[in-house]
Design a protein around this ligand. Structure first.
Ligand SMILES: N[C@@H](CCC(=O)N[C@@H](CS)C(=O)NCC(=O)O)C(=O)O
Length: 216
């Protein structure tokens, strides 16, 4: 088996790439990384050159002549191949719940995504947020509060042990931290648990070293 390669966007900005990276790191898969700077004239061509039959988007895993793309697919793949134990909760209903909130993240929260893009170098408190963004954040903190209340005794993450649900919400943690959004103690502690995941720390250190700046 050749060493797999994960194609990623700029670590400072690419929220989908962060999810793909964390999912595969948690699985224990050993892979190389290729960062393809986003929104340049040759971005799509560079991805297409490596994965001609996939959409020109990242994250995208190349393994043994196969391409796997879209974060939900990568999260499921990571959970299947994990050598680090289960990456979805073991209880059937908790697992269904984890998949529900991950899917809700994957397909929703457009206002937050559009108005507060991930930028790991931003520190922008006091931003005037439209109602739709505040509504998205309230829904997210409601999700976190329900999970943390129900599974608190099992560990510091949404379902106790770290899972794909935390991977799904990791970029939200970055977004809320970047605008200094005030949250209660329970959400604050949860955000810190995700922020300090060793693989997230490594990602953030790499992001700080990047030279590309996207004007948002
Ligand atoms: N639904 C896809 C979204 C992937 C996506 O849109 N990635 C962005 C980077 S965060 C991208 O590749 N953008 C390049 C472009 O749109 O030109 C997923 O879950 O992976």
């Amino acid at each position: 088996m050749k060493r797999p390669v994960l194609l990623l966007g700029n670590k400072r900005y690419s929220s989908w790439s962060l999810r793909g990276y964390l999912a595969l790191k948690l699985s224990g898969l050993e892979f190389d990384e290729t960062v393809i700077p986003l929104f340049l004239a040759d971005t799509h061509a560079k991805i297409k050159e490596l994965a001609p039959k996939a959409p020109a988007r990242v994250p995208l895993l190349l393994q043994d002549g196969n391409a796997i793309w879209d974060t939900m697919a990568l999260m499921e793949y990571a959970a299947e191949i994990s050598s680090n134990g289960p990456l979805w909760p073991e209880d059937t209903f908790a697992r269904g719940h984890a998949r529900s909130i991950s899917a809700e993240m994957h397909s929703g929260f457009e206002a937050l995504r559009g108005h507060v893009p991930m930028n790991l170098s931003r520190a922008d408190s006091g931003l005037d947020l439209p109602d739709a963004v505040v509504a998205d954040i309230s829904r997210i903190t409601e999700i976190w509060t329900e999970c943390r209340t129900k599974y608190a005794q099992k560990g510091p993450f949404l379902f106790g042990a770290v899972s794909m649900a935390d991977v799904a919400y990791a970029p939200v943690v970055a977004r809320l931290k970047s605008i200094g959004y005030p949250v209660d103690a329970l959400c604050h502690d949860y955000m810190d648990a995700v922020w300090n995941l060793p693989n997230f720390v490594t990602w953030r250190e790499d992001a700080e070293k990047e030279v590309w700046i996207i004007d948002q």
